[in-house]
Design a protein around this ligand. Structure first.
Ligand code: GLP
Length: 248
């Protein structure tokens, strides 16, 4: 694993954008895996800036998002489809039918996972997958478990993940039942789908990520810390700001 530590979140964002822009320049038909969450927001801002400055063309790039909530349609404000439109797709020249996100409202979620995985296999390997990491070590929505799914699948979301991702869950005491409008499951690329990519770029920012970053960089792998499985890949860059690197 190649570890790069930069001072601040803005520097992390521009460095990540630089890596992606260089990859697109080298291969304009790049197949890119994309994450959501707060970490990549600055990266997407940088990509929009680069595009507006005429330095980045994304029209021939194909994108596959890592995941989507089951039950949330593309127009739902909490869906990752909305997130991607708001932060990136509405502001750059991606070709809409080359941007892929699992359909959260597919009638049969398991079948949707098969369709999504088949689509990825059809374009061949993902060239570059950008990843965030959950505070519990999840990648996409591959949560810590005794066994992990290899391919795109329907995943149950842990209470910890829901509390991190939904302020209205964080506000509840842990034994209060979840509000009915909070998604319990997600469609996510599997750990094998991710590890099959040619190249991986994991971003982590801020002090709250420091324990999980230190844990994933120990030279052991366990399905109880899905991010540790990145050790098994030969081309991984872990890009950290000083907060996320504080326990190294
Ligand atoms: C979500 C996403 C992950 C993401 C993680 C970290 O659960 N499914 O792909 O990496 O959150 O999010 P954040 O960047 O907000 O810390």
């Amino acid at each position: 694993m190649k570890i790069e530590i930069v001072e601040s979140y803005p520097t992390l964002s521009s460095r990540a954008a630089q890596i992606i822009a260089a990859a697109v320049e080298a291969k304009p038909t790049l197949v890119l895996g994309l994450p959501t969450g707060s970490t990549p927001v600055g990266l997407y801002e940088e990509l929009v800036r680069e595009h507006r400055a005429g330095r980045l063309a994304l029209d021939r790039v194909t994108t596959f998002n890592l995941d989507e909530y089951v039950g949330l349609g593309p127009d739902h404000p909490d869906s990752y489809a909305s997130f991607m439109r708001a932060h990136l797709f509405a502001h750059v020249n991606v070709t809409p039918d080359r941007t892929h996100i699992p359909n959260g409202v597919a009638e049969d979620p398991a079948q949707e996972c098969e369709r999504y995985e088949a689509l990825i296999q059809q374009v061949g390997r993902l060239d570059l997958v950008v990843l965030g990491v959950g505070t519990n070590g999840h990648l996409g929505f591959n949560e810590p478990a005794a066994a992990l799914h290899v391919r795109t699948h329907v995943a149950a979301l842990s209470r910890e993940t829901l509390a991190t991702n939904f302020a209205r869950v964080a506000a509840l005491s842990p034994d209060t039942p979840l509000p009915p409008d909070v998604p319990r499951r997600a469609l996510t690329m599997g750990i094998g789908t991710i590890l099959q990519a040619r190249r991986l770029l994991l971003l982590a920012s801020g002090r709250p990520k420091a324990p999980v970053v230190a844990a994933m960089l120990r030279p052991t792998v366990t399905t109880q810390l899905p991010a540790s499985l990145l050790h098994l890949h030969r081309d991984v860059t872990v890009l950290l700001d000083s907060g996320a690197a504080a326990e190294l």
